[in-house]
Design a protein around this ligand. Sequence first.
Ligand code: ZN
Length: 161
Amino acid sequence: MKISRDKVVSLHYELRVHGDKQTETSRDGDAVSILHGHGGVIPGLEQALEGRVAGDRFSATIEPAQGYGDYVEQAPKRVPIKHLVRPGKLSVGKSVMVNSNEGRFTGTVVKVGRFNVDLDLNHPLAGKTLDFDIEIVDVRDATTEEIEHGHAHGPGGAHHH
Ligand code: ZN
């Protein structure tokens, strides 16, 4: 079965920022399940998966425009520490989530004050070229419920039922 819209894809991945040695991988846990064609992954990865079958192993290099977008130079945003979700110990470079009137957003700490933090609101992978190594573990038809929800259920997918 080939990967196309409304298939659920289970895969393992290794991800490196181009030029870095550090690798992020799914291999220490379950394969990741994705409902294909619903924007659950970055556009470049979705394109790279199209038409693949279970057992395929391949590499894909994804430019920022097809990844997390370009890095936008902007003034850091000052946020009260009390608006952070479980801030823990704050330090420069830490990724945090903010509860605000407009919903939740994430940022990277660039400065820690007594009552406020300054956050860089770019995605941590904005402006980065990404090297993926992918192994397709399984491809199946999505259920009606998964298509309605816009994400995969079961191991490696959403667990909210
Ligand atoms: Zn769901």
